[in-house]
Design a protein around this ligand. Structure first.
Ligand SMILES: *Cc1c(COP(=O)(O)O)cnc(C)c1O
Length: 380
């Protein structure tokens, strides 16, 4: 028997109470009992998103809601802008292309964040841009984008909306949708929401809903208007993943119990400890300007393939971390710390990382990473 640990940026560990709830016998999704669950979930989703909007719920992975944010908001030939600074920014671009959107891209070097002036310039160059699609936290690189400042620019434009993929940001850092006037916020169940994969969420403000009214792209399963109408009656249009909604009720209770402010502080503290620890081991952070608090991307030591680190740590210690993708495959590894994580999880992963680096022949002072993590978490 070997205990397993999940340190990948999705799926993330699920709290025991949610697991227990999801193991209960299934209830019927048209029964009053289910509607009561949905009523509570709707209220608490508003707390999580810091919004008065109805938060739409879809049984799909996060990409489903992303696709819906193109098919429900735009019409063929509309102009849009996407940021290609990682895998998920590329996904916005590709979805737009698939729907015949006239999409332009800002290409950002991986590991860096898009700048506010890049967005400004792009909008000035093409005043017809109706939708700006960004990530808050670009999970493939671990870079965090200046969401608040971008929202300031876009919200000042009458005919442009901002759609934020906050899949590894919502429930990690403070992104108050209404206060920052973000038109659409998207998330998924398997990251900060601490659930298995299978639910996606989208929250639209009034400005975004006016775009829905104009949209003529084909849509069927991801139909935002239908879903909103149904939700207001505590129903889903189609058969939802009932077990995940039951789990969602529990994790939202736990987030509320902890309080958003503390949730954000906890993530900041775990991220800080992880960064300090890997740097104390002589390793270099991949993201320099503004790393996300959801995960830490790290360059493998010179001469050691990052794939060897992720393989050995999994095979020998049962710990799953993530490697790099595309151009940084073999060069970086990524340690997630979002969702159901506490200080001793960081101690665990740093300890295992030291063991693996030692075995791969990397020279460092044993315990240096652990000491840095402990000092960051518990004080000197
Ligand atoms: C995980 C993730 C997604 C969604 O991916 P799915 O596999 O469809 O759930 C989208 N954007 C970001 C930034 C993510 O981290």
């Amino acid at each position: 028997m070997r205990k397993k640990y999940l340190f990948a940026p999705g799926p993330t560990p699920v709290p025991e109470r949610a697991l227990a709830d999801m193991a209960l016998p299934i209830i019927h999704h048209r029964a009053p009992e289910y509607s009561a669950v949905l009523q509570e979930v709707r209220d608490n989703l508003k707390y999580l998103f810091q919004t008065k909007n109805e938060v739409l719920i879809f049984t799909s992975s996060g990409t489903g809601a992303m696709e819906g944010c193109v098919s429900n908001l735009l019409s063929a030939g509309d102009h849009a802008l996407a940021i290609r600074g990682g895998k998920f920014g590329e996904r916005w671009y590709d979805i737009c292309k698939a729907y015949s959107i006239n999409v332009s891209a800002i290409d950002v070097e991986w590991g860096h964040a898009v700048t506010v002036s890049q967005i400004k310039d792009a909008l000035e160059k093409d005043p017809e841009i109706k939708a700006v699609y960004i990530q808050a936290s670009e999970t493939s690189t671990g870079a965090f984008y200046p969401v608040k400042e971008i929202a300031e620019i876009v919200s000042a434009r009458e005919n442009t909306i901002l759609i934020v993929d906050a899949i590894t940001a919502l429930g990690v850092v403070d992104i108050p949708q209404d206060e920052w006037r973000i038109d659409v916020v998207v998330t998924g169940s398997q990251k900060a929401l601490m659930l298995p994969p299978g639910l996606a969420f989208a929250s639209l403000n009034d400005k975004a809903w006016s775009f829905v009214e104009q949209s003529s792209l084909p849509k069927y399963y991801f139909n935002f208007k239908k879903e909103k109408k149904s939700l207001e009656k505590n129903q889903n249009v189609y058969t939802p993943n009932v077990q995940l909604i039951i789990g969602l009720r529990e994790v939202l209770r736990e987030i509320k119990e902890e309080g958003l402010e503390h949730v954000f502080k906890r993530h900041a503290s775990l991220a800080n400890a992880t960064r300090k620890a890997v740097q104390a081991l002589g390793l270099k952070l991949y993201v320099v300007d503004k790393p996300s608090d959801a995960l830490t991307a790290v360059y493998a030591p010179y001469g050691i393939d990052a794939g060897k680190i992720t393989k050995l740590i999994r095979e020998k210690y049962g710990i799953t971390i993530a490697g790099g993708q595309d151009a940084v495959k073999g060069k970086i590894f990524r340690i997630a710390h979002l969702g159901y994580f506490g200080c001793f999880d960081i101690i665990t992963v740093i300890s295992a990382l030291e063991a693996v680096l030692k075995e791969l022949g990397y020279k460092f002072e044993q315990g240096a990473g652990l000491k840095a993590a402990q000092e960051a978490l518990f004080g000197k």
